[in-house]
Design a protein around this ligand. Sequence first.
Ligand code: DGL
Length: 270
Amino acid sequence: MANRPIAIFDSGAGGLTVLRRAWALYPGEHLIYGADSCHFPYGSRSLDDVRTLFLRFLDFFKTQDVKAVIIACNTATAAALETAQARCDVPVIGVVYPGAEKAVKTTLNGRIGVLSTYATYESGIYRRAIRHYDQKAEVIQWPCPALVTMAELGQTETRQAQLAVRECLDRVFPHDVDTVVLGCTHFPHMERIFYEEVGDRAVIVDPGYETAKHLQEVLGPLSAQPGGSLKFYTTGIARDFNRVSSSLWPNAVIDANSLVWTTRGYEIRP
Ligand code: DGL
């Protein structure tokens, strides 16, 4: 069991923010990253559509004999967490609940802002998850699809990114929030800008980081000694994925395989 890989999934490069955290915490683990880049963005799709797309990826992960699956995508968590858990005999962990729990522990005034994709916003999952930990919490949500697109293109340090982050924060700060949840895994790619724009007005919660820490609670001790590995699969164009991902995570060697769905299942192309 110990040597079996852990799968980490996102619609694109957003989940790298979770992978990076997991790799820093458990460098002895074998981590498989799956990006459904050819169906990106998930945030403007229906939840039914996202569920169907993610479950196909889940079947692929099962063939890789994984010991756990992290849905490093808030939108896919909203769409498919329960279904995926029911279909898998290994733990399937979403990013929303660990993030919600941390937000509730962090807030002092019980007013929490959540920035996310449209689909996550409309699903209401963050309100449910936060209220699961604190029934009285006020949840102020705002969808920020433009940030998702910019992050996926690697445009995380531009003036436009800064203005777009400011615009999203301007939607939640008038409601007196003291905690801001980055409810889309693409957003921590813009962490520096978020910290600059939020300043001391609120505490930022990164659900991906909380999830990476939480993994050890679910799976038991994980290897912190170097010796693990990283593997990447994308349903998009591998060259494009490698280029953007390497700019978002400059210290990593990212050489993705192409994953192609076929009538019999899938094919892997280098
Ligand atoms: N990174 C994903 C999330 O956390 C989805 C972004 C998208 O594909 O719209 O929701």
